[in-house]
Design a protein around this ligand. Structure first.
Ligand SMILES: [Zn+2]
Ligand SMILES: [Zn+2]
Length: 449
């Protein structure tokens, strides 16, 4: 194994400047989810220059390629996320779009390219069994809901997150387990354990406009309904059980037109996060009921669009063990933790973790606050190159000796869903859109949650 690790280090180091170029190109060209065309074109060219044949998503950004060792065995998916996020206050934000790599996904793409490049070096597949699927995947961050709704209406996407869309398209069919290494502004290597999932909500209160000074009695104030809705959500927070880790954090995205007019249209957006799919669904119903009650109190209409977001993430403990072993082969003194804790952020790696053993590991090499205006790579040799080496070392542990380690992990794994389609059906159950209040002529009011 020592020999193999030395080979991994040399193979990645050989491509150092090309790997760092990827991180810098994406840093200078940040693009939000499903808009990562510059990154995709740039990377496609670089992968093809290495000799890879790519399966391209074509009408959305992203692609994958499969590397066959020539010996039978499981297939391992290695992911690199492409998207930046809207962070207009970031010191290196795109001045036009406000997008910035404030979550370090450019480092992931650089690492994935490093893995691809290193695997073209002689002897890198020696002693391995099975296949490796490298995938540049778009749209991890859940945002710009209106843009994604438009893509969905136009039949371009069926799901709002890149990994779920790729699952739906069958791009992960035939894969047995998955890994991803994300940057984190700390000085240790780690795997968290669990992360919450979410429903993304857009709620529009639709009232009646009227002159705010002369005839307010002729109006129905959508803004007051929305603020009542926010109060009602706050009033039900104590009904959330601590163990479910529910978080609801609404904002007003559309708050009224003119100050002399009773607002007739006010929109809230929110996530409802939680630790299990069942807990999210239950909290989401309560939140919708709170919003509907507020709408009824002012006699306005309420339209809700719910979209199931990332599923709760569960890191496979055995893969987390492999991550620890791999980093110690490269850096014997590295601080590595499998925290086995719950974090209240979300990732669509959670979706992948519903159907196969998955690990979402963290690597240092960045500074600033995650999603903050100062997030940046401070050490490319760690954030990009060590990330590539770490993942190659994990692949080596998993797929050497007839892929014995990978097989033993698969044997001990029980998926939360037996198939991608069963999983996606459940996600659809948590989604819904349309008007929620029915005002009958006789004064009866019916609420549909
Ligand atoms: Zn992020
Ligand atoms: Zn991220």
């Amino acid at each position: 194994m020592e020999e193999a690790i030395k080979k991994i280090e040399a193979a990645v180091d050989k491509y150092r400047s090309g790997i760092i170029d990827v991180a810098k190109f994406m840093w200078d060209n940040p693009e939000t989810g499903f808009r990562e065309w510059r990154a995709t074109r740039y990377l496609e060219e670089k992968y093809e220059a290495l000799g890879y044949k790519l399966v391209k998503a074509e009408n959305i950004p992203g692609f994958y390629t499969v590397i066959d060792t020539g010996r039978p065995g499981p297939e391992i998916l290695v992911l690199g996320e492409l998207d930046a996020l809207a962070c207009p206050g970031h010191f290196h934000a795109d001045p036009t779009t406000g997008a910035a790599h404030a979550c370090g996904h450019n480092a992931q793409s650089a690492a994935l390219y490093g893995i691809a490049a290193a695997l073209t070096e002689e002897g890198m597949l020696d002693g391995l069994s099975g296949r490796i699927r490298l995938c540049a995947v778009p749209a991890e961050e859940t945002g710009e809901l209106a843009f994604r709704e438009e893509l969905k209406k136009n039949g371009i996407i069926s799901y709002f997150s890149g990994k779920r869309e790729f699952m739906h398209r069958g791009y992960f069919d035939g894969v047995d387990m998955a890994m991803l290494v994300h940057t984190l502004p700390v000085d240790y290597y780690s795997v968290d354990g669990r992360a919450v999932g979410l429903v993304a909500k857009r709620a529009t209160f639709k009232g009646v406009s009227a002159h705010a000074g002369a005839n307010p009695h002729e109006g129905r104030n959508a803004l007051y309904a929305a603020t009542q809705g926010l109060s009602a959500i706050n009033a039900i927070r104590e009904t959330f059980r601590d163990d479910d880790h529910i978080r609801v954090h609404p904002i007003i995205t559309e708050g009224g037109g003119a100050v002399n007019t009773i607002p007739d249209r006010v929109t809230l957006e929110s996530y409802v996060r939680g630790l299990t799919i069942e807990a999210i669904a239950d909290a989401n119903r309560r939140v919708n009921r709170a919003l509907a009650g507020a709408a009824v109190s002012l006699g306005v209409q309420l339209e809700i669009s719910d979209v199931a977001g990332s599923a709760p993430m569960i890191d496979n403990p055995e893969l987390a063990k492999v991550a620890g072993e791999a980093i110690h082969k490269l850096l014997p003194d590295a601080e590595y933790h499998f925290f086995d804790k719950i974090v209240t952020g979300s990732t669509d790696m959670g979706d992948v973790s519903c159907i196969m053993p998955t690990v979402h590991a963290y690597i240092p090499g960045v500074a600033g606050k995650g999603h903050g205006n100062d997030y940046r790579i401070v050490d490319h040799d760690i954030a990009c190159l060590m990330s590539a080496k770490w993942q190659l070392a994990m692949l080596r542990i998993l797929l050497s000796n007839g892929a014995g380690r990978a097989y033993s992990i698969l044997e001990g794994f029980t998926p939360r869903f037996s198939s991608v389609s069963e999983f996606l059906d459940t996600k659809s159950d948590m989604s819904g859109e349309g008007d929620r209040i029915f005002y009958a002529d006789n004064g009866d009011i019916c609420v549909k949650l």
